[in-house]
Ligand binder design. Structure first.
Ligand SMILES: [Mg+2]
Length: 309
């Protein structure tokens, strides 16, 4: 039987039950090489993914966010094929586990609060809340009032971090600008870091970011290839970490879950997919490809193509 190449476009049809959706083709040569490396040795590969906007559609109420069921299903399939699967999120780790049903994904590692927390196999490791957070929590209402925060601005208490959201205001971008400087001042005075995101500014513990978290996990697992996917400014350090690892010789692929809200992030990625639905399509195509075939090292040839977008 002829073995399709990993990026060959195989049409889906009722007549060919073994067909699988074509893997998207990274636009950069290094990205294509990384995808080939992942397919060649999945057991030594690491896939790291953000949660909100990547596995789960962005919703007005963060507590209502849920991973697309097909995302969890694809991760479940990949768990038996790829050496390390990790979710790296600004959320508390347990929340991401619950909102994506990750207890159904064997072996997955969930790094919460930008890597401060680690959940694996039902066990959570978490340091105590940072010094300064309690003071910031106490002062925050008065700071927002003094800033004349727009109606609809609200605070999400994440336990180890405080997120100020403006998505429900009449003009979310203007509302975010209005509170930006006062929140930065409060963070500086309480020893916290400022994390801007999609219609949200978060005050969180310093010293952790998704790049450090990813690099540490890659080292722990001795990964031979890495794919990281995210959608927001907080993913930038992880994108940078992949590029640094790549410069050091580790094949790495940056995937942007594209959105109109953070359009410039796409420029930093090797592959841009269309939001969480696109991420699901990518993960599913990877699972299809890895389940259907073994990819002998040296026999993975990713063709030159003109990328779209
Ligand atoms: Mg996100």
């Amino acid at each position: 039987m002829r073995v399709p190449q990993p990026t060959e476009r195989v049409p889906q049809s009722a007549e060919s039950p073994k067909s699988f959706p074509a893997l998207p083709v990274p636009r950069s040569e290094t990205g294509r090489a990384a995808l080939a490396a992942l397919l060649a040795d999945p057991a030594r590969s690491l896939i790291g993914l953000d949660f909100d906007g990547t596995l789960a559609p962005i919703v007005p109420e963060p507590a209502q966010a849920r991973a697309l069921p097909a995302a969890t299903a694809a991760l479940r399939r990949l768990s038996g094929l790829v050496g390390t699967l990790a979710i790296i999120t600004g959320r508390p780790a347990r929340e991401a586990v619950a909102f994506a049903s990750l207890e159904e994904v064997p072996g997955i590692v969930v790094l919460g609060h930008y890597g401060r927390q680690r959940w694996s196999g039902g066990t959570l490791t978490a340091p105590p809340p940072p010094a300064g957070l309690a003071e910031a929590r106490d002062r925050l209402p008065a700071v927002l009032e003094a800033a004349r925060a727009a109606e609809g601005t609200w605070v999400e208490d994440k336990g180890d971090a405080l997120a100020v959201h403006t998505r429900r205001t009449a003009d979310p971008r203007a509302a975010l600008e209005r509170v930006g400087a006062p929140l930065a001042k409060l963070a500086a005075e309480t020893g916290l870091a400022v994390e801007p995101g999609r219609m949200v500014i978060e005050l969180r513990p310093p010293g952790a970011d998704k790049g450090l978290a990813l690099r540490e996990l890659v080292a722990q697992r001795d990964a031979g290839a890495v794919l990281y996917g995210g959608d927001d400014l907080g993913d930038r350090p992880a994108f940078a970490a992949v590029r640094e690892l790549r410069a050091a010789g580790l094949p790495g692929l940056v995937v942007c879950s594209g959105s109109a809200e953070v359009s410039d992030l796409a420029q930093e990625a090797d592959l841009v997919v269309d939001g969480p639905e696109g991420v699901v399509a990518l993960l599913t195509a990877l699972a299809d490809a890895l389940e259907a075939h073994s990819w002998p090292p040296g026999n993975v040839d990713v063709p030159e193509v003109t990328p779209k977008g």
